[in-house]
Design a protein around this ligand. Sequence first.
Ligand code: NAD
Length: 496
Amino acid sequence: MECTPTRKLERIPLLLRGSLGHFIDGAMRAPCAGRHRAVVDPATELTIAEAADGDAEDARAAVASARAAFESVAWKRTRPADRERMLCRLSELVLANGDELSALETLQGGKLRSVARRIDVESGAEFVRYMAGWATKLEGQTIDNSIPLPGRKWVTYTRREPIGVVAAIVPWNFPLAIALWKVAPALAAGCTIVLKPSEETPLTALRLAELAIEAGFPAGALNIVTGGAEVGAALAAHPDVRKISFTGSPETGKRVGHSAVDKLARFTLELGGKSPAIVLEDADLDEAAEGVCAGIFLHQGQVCTASSRLLVHRSIRDRLLDRLVRAARALRIGSGFDPRTQFGPLVSARHFGRVMAAIERGRDEGASLATGGARCGEAGWFIEPTIFVDDSAATSIAREEVFGPVLTATAFDDVDEAIRLANDTPGLAASVWTTNFSAAHRIVPRLHAGIVWVNSHNVLDNALPFDGVRQSGVGREMGRASVESFTEIKSVCLAV
Ligand code: NAD
């Protein structure tokens, strides 16, 4: 294994501006309390920017800006076709600024530049373009009624109206893509937004807000407050925020959900998982090995749907493991700026500590280490791609989300056992690997998951609703379900 900490840095205008502010009402604004927080490059541990560390007062200012924009005559007069056009323009601008945006993602989050470009920039832009189309396709219904009041005729119909001010709170793993999953449908529906990126990765959100202005959105339609729990909690609790769209950990998600319920606001929670990959006896082993390996090691396993729990038929366990261990050891570790790199650092010192502690616990509890498990290099938060074997499936490493490059393999003897093990997880995603499609069709309905892949893992489509069931969340992103979740239905009953 080799570490290549070298990187080629372009000039990034955002980083040349000194201490950064929030983006409120169309302009950078210094944080009320004057606090800043370092943004650190996880590949080198060097500080790359000082971002505003917001508080409740900053949150209030951002919500006031979003509310004023929502209530403005200009925004109320915005036609769906105008919002469609602005979103199409925003999509183009994200692509046109893809070099800068992907470099910022690699700098602040350690992601491979190619992954940042493919997922945050290209898929993100494509998603905005897809959502642009929904702005002109939201519709109510005319409904035949049976109102038993004589002497009058009644006309009844529904309207879909924007819900109001939205707070979007997002994590650090795909900062731009996940922000766009919330910003684009909210704007398409006619809402205005305050977006709070993770304190670890605030930079692309700030550039996105500038691009939204360039795309024609009025000041206040998209506001950014940066900072941590304090500002996130203040946003979630603010009485003028009518919907909270949250992606992050289950613990924080539950807190956000409580805040929403306390004021009876709408909310969606997109939370964590421990997604199983079930490999049946008849699977194509090479295809399964490649898919499971990509599924767990993409972005160093810091993916909510990572295939972190391998359930493999006992008869093929050793052959599959052999392939996986070889693939894991062959991954070239280094800086995300080096085009030869296949595997980068974890996002932060804090997260590195959490993942190393999970690995330690796995060892202590008796899971057997097949490969990896150690830090790589002296600078930067690199951990080797790691594979454990635990046939008891009882250790914490087999059961709990690590959100890092750690796969745990468990053998099963029959499909019922595989399904029982697979369903003993929060419920985000699952994959089934088999050449027997009738077996796949029988298994899919039995899995507790928001999305199930067959012979693939981590494949998303803008039109396909995405996210979890049970402990993995509430609500859906992507597709029609997403944009409709930013609307309220108003029923109208007209006596004529
Ligand atoms: P986190 O819950 O620590 O933070 C998420 C966001 O919430 C951050 O912006 C953070 O500043 C903010 N926050 C923290 N405390 C808050 C509070 N009290 N009130 C309001 N906001 C608060 O999660 P993370 O470590 O950034 O992300 C990792 C988690 O996200 C993992 O569990 C992962 O599975 C999950 N995730 C889920 C999806 C999905 O679509 N289901 C996608 C990506 C990540």
